[in-house]
Design a protein around this ligand. Sequence first.
Ligand SMILES: [Zn+2]
Length: 414
Amino acid sequence: MFEKKDYDKEILNINKRSKKHTCLYSDCLGKTIYSHAISKSISIEKISENGHVKKFSPIRHGDEKIPKISDVGINEATAFNGFCHLHDGFFNDIDEREINNLRDLFLQIYRSISCVYYYEQIGDVLYPDIDIDEAVKIIVNNQITKDEIDLTQDKLYKVKGFLSDEMARANNIKNSELNKRKEEINRVRNYFLNNIHELDECKYTNRKLNEKGTELQTIKFNDFDYALFYYITDFQVPVAINTMHNLNYDGRNFLFFYIVIPYEASNIIIGVMENNLPPEYYDKIITLIDDAFKNRLSVLNFIETLVISSPDETYFKPCIINNMRKEKLDFILNDFMFLHEFLSFDKYFLEYDVSIFDELRTSIISEGINVFNESELDKIHTLPMRESIDVRKNKMMSKIMRENITIKSLKNDL
Ligand SMILES: [Zn+2]
């Protein structure tokens, strides 16, 4: 059951262009072409320079991860092995013109969540066949394990067998969580596919979306436990995002899907989330989203907050990165490395305290339509205080270790 695997090779097979995958459209057995979650011609190209955009892609150096931002060709940005040629054609409407009606919106959500669903396969590679011997060795030799539990070499030797059983058990739990999550993502994406079919069968009317720069629109469904919101800006924030946030509350996972699509002179921002959020956070999150679309500056702040909580799924126009002074870029890249500091129910959507799109921020503030807090301008030039990288790393590791099921049970049983 727990065989050794060539993880790197298998993950590469998921990430790179490959014809080995089967189409994700219901019941289709066609082989996939490599196609985009966010349209290349109508969107990604609009934020590209010389055929490229920029993306956070940390590199591994031994056990260390080093922050880095790289060029990504527009043929690769948001591309995945998701649909066959025939079913990629299903998205023609949103490849040829900007999203402007309900059907387009559902098409985009179906396509974007299918992309997230596709990348969930990486979990299948990492967890099911974990190499237990190797994992036990890592846990036992880890300094943080030794700090958390009083383990002598003697004791360690005795618990090794127990530890292996624990690892296998923890691994099975992880597996079933993963499968549950995949089923849930699949359920959500297929709900939207079904809605597209119903629209096509004229079961209800395909209406136009709100005008650019007008108001936030929320859509709820009678027969579905998720709601969606969208907003169309009347200015361009030069960034594309296609992401899922998975927040844990009391042992249960809550999924949030966000899509930010840049067009020539606007963006559409889409969110899909459960209706039944944990009661203590419900009002906070709903208020945050309502307030995010009050004016241009608040929209920009919301997008920057989305960037910091989705660093791995964000594509930048190159000049945003190229024009950033080195000190600030390093600061932001370091924040990208500590995702857990920004992504939990307690911290969710706390406004990011650094400005990413400086030029745009300056220009919005100079319009002077709204009264802004001084700090909105200060964010451009001043970097906030953070703990040292070492302290942040240690906190992250001990959080991982505290949540580690194996360590928990070792503590209880020794
Ligand atoms: Zn197909």
